[in-house]
Design a protein around this ligand. Structure first.
Ligand SMILES: Cc1cc2nc3c(=O)[nH]c(=O)nc-3n(C[C@H](O)[C@H](O)[C@H](O)COP(=O)(O)O)c2cc1C
Length: 345
């Protein structure tokens, strides 16, 4: 069994640059991206979500093949279903014309746990330096077991109540995600509107807590990083800023949409693609289903998978999720190292 830091656990303060590359499940995160960021002095992340435990394991080993620097692995915490067969059927009927357009059938709206047990087993065995969680908290016993294996455990939170729960569960640090963030909100309650207090406001509300805070949401320039550090963050976590990195696995259609200055002119929060609130470039699919998309993650994620894959293959950006944070216009093309340097305080 390989451990990265025999005996000594990771500390945010040991990073040459206080910048974390957000885990980005669904393609953008690659072992090459994580390794390049860690090699350049930040903290790279493997996205454990939406893949099998075996695939996650292979990615961790691939990163270790490229770097001996610390990196993180992120998991989605499974949650009980918040929808019903009737609601799913009704939404599927509303999506039928969209699926027909691409000549695909909608996916099976199953509820699953994203291979949780096997992924935890792999993490306990492979012991990456950092493990982070989103969508909820693991049991305190899981946090403790990971820490005993040498992992530094980060919990994603979106308000004070979640932060207090994360501390009670034993988290080493909190990734504080504001509403500016691209991709899914990490809100624990899967069917409640996520809090709208801006990132700096939430950081202020948590300033009395004796735990390192990682600021996430709209960090896309060095000024954004400096501003977050000035209001108490120990580090920042940026996702969108890395979407156009050479090493990222972002789909061509997503890269092009981020770069086009006139086709998509704003971002919005939607649950139309996955059944959970997430921010992306505002496109036609979001417009059409703004009103009728129910809560229902991960069922709706599975329901729309074939449609989104067909749209990506056809190069049709209006029919797939183009996750992006509010400051997507700052996101640059280039090496991960150059993007990391552009975010350094
Ligand atoms: C394409 C994309 C995929 C994401 N996937 C994940 C994920 O797998 N796990 C996670 O904890 N956060 C995920 N996030 C959210 C990030 O962790 C982070 O909160 C967000 O990117 C910060 O906002 P920014 O995109 O404006 O930098 C994702 C974000 C994006 C843009």
């Amino acid at each position: 069994m390989a451990t990265q830091h025999k005996g000594t656990r990771f500390r945010l303060g040991s990073l040459a640059l206080p910048v974390i590359q957000a885990p980005m499940a669904g393609g953008p995160s690659t072992p090459g991206l994580a390794a390049a960021v860690s090699e350049a002095g930040g903290l790279g992340f493997v996205a454990g979500g939406y893949k099998t435990a075996a695939a996650m394991r292979a990615e961790i080993e691939a990163v270790r093949g490229h770097t001996d620097k610390p990196f993180g692995v992120n998991l989605f915490v499974p949650q009980p279903s918040v929808t019903s067969p009737e609601v799913l059927q009704e939404y599927a009927a509303s999506l039928a014309p969209d699926a027909e357009r691409f000549g695909v059938s909608l996916g099976d709206p199953k509820h699953d746990d994203d291979d949780w047990d096997q992924k935890l087993k792999a993490l306990l065995e492979l012991a990456p330096a950092v493990v982070s969680f989103t969508f909820d908290l693991p049991e305190p016993s899981v946090v403790e077991a990971l820490q005993q294996r040498g992992a530094y455990v980060i919990a994603t939170v979106t308000d004070r109540d979640e932060a207090l729960q994360a501390l009670a569960a034993g988290a080493d640090a909190l990734c504080v995600q504001g509403p500016e963030a691209g991709g899914h909100r990490g809100t624990f309650k899967a069917d409640a509107p996520p809090p709208l207090v801006p990132l700096h406001g939430i950081l202020g509300e948590l300033s009395d807590l004796e735990v390192p805070l990682i600021a996430a949401g709209g960090i896309a320039t060095a000024e954004h990083t400096r501003a977050a550090l000035a209001v108490g963050a120990a580090a920042v976590q940026a996702g969108t800023a890395f979407l156009r990195a050479n090493e990222a696995g972002t789909k061509a259609v997503h890269r092009a949409a981020l770069a086009s200055s006139d086709r998509f002119t704003t971002t919005a929060v939607t649950r139309a693609f996955s059944g959970r609130n997430a921010r992306g470039l505002y496109n036609e699919f979001m417009r059409r289903h703004d009103g009728d998309a129910p809560y229902g993650y991960p069922e709706i994620h599975h329901l729309t998978t074939p449609l989104r894959a067909a749209a990506a293959a056809a190069g049709e950006p209006d029919w797939l999720n183009l996750w992006a944070g509010i400051n997507y216009r700052n996101c640059m093309e280039g090496s991960a190292a150059s993007i990391l340097a552009s975010l350094a305080p």
